[in-house]
Design a protein. Structure first.
Length: 200
């Protein structure tokens, strides 16, 4: 009478361990995928951005699932970050004045082409299915999924600065004058412009 009970306990313990191990792998993959999204994509061997479930380059199945996953799906990787707080701030600034709203929009959401903006959150939702050689495991398996949100990269000094927007709005005409000084004064003009363009 004890043998069937012990066998069931052993099989159930092994199944729970197998399922929990796969669940932790999926959670780790979701965290890593969100992190890759914050840092600009998922590079392949040539440095091009690909989807993390692309079978043509080392993706999640190789990095996290030991190539044991039978199917992988990633939703929203590198996108879908929350920008509601930024949009509310822009709206509040626009209520103060049109210029303040435009300034906030350039700083937070729509910067000039050669400038970055404040970091946005990114999220990833990873789904994975795992096959097993044991018949008992195959009867009770399904997709394991995990979701992770990352606010952004670690902020560093001068990473988010409004200096370039202030310069574009207030000093563009001065830029044009200094950078178009005729010879032999062009070196002096460039030096004066670089003084406020790149910090005092």
């Amino acid at each position: 009478m004890c043998i069937p009970i012990l066998a069931a306990v052993i099989v159930l313990t092994a199944f729970l361990g197998w399922a929990m191990m796969n669940q932790q792998d999926v959670k780790s993959a979701a965290r890593y995928t969100a992190w890759r999204g914050v840092y600009g994509g998922w590079p392949d061997a040539d440095g091009n951005a690909n989807s993390p479930d692309d079978p043509n380059h080392p993706g999640l199945n190789v990095l996290f699932f030991r190539e044991k996953a039978s199917s992988i799906r990633v939703d929203g990787w590198g996108g879908g970050g929350g920008t509601e707080e930024f949009e509310q701030f822009i709206t509040a600034a626009g209520a103060y004045s049109d210029y303040a709203g435009s300034f906030a929009d350039q700083l937070l959401m729509n910067p000039p082409p050669d400038r970055g903006h404040f970091q946005h959150a990114r999220h990833a939702h990873v789904w994975a299915e795992f096959d097993s050689d044991l018949e008992a495991f195959r009867k009770y398996h399904g997709a394991i999924h995990a979701r992770h949100i990352r606010d952004g990269v670690e902020w560093r000094r001068n990473q988010a600065s409004c200096r370039h927007i202030v310069r574009l709005d207030f000093l563009q005409s001065l830029d044009d004058v200094l950078l178009n000084v005729a010879s032999p004064g062009e070196t002096m003009g460039e030096m004066m412009a670089s003084t406020y363009r790149h910090g005092w």
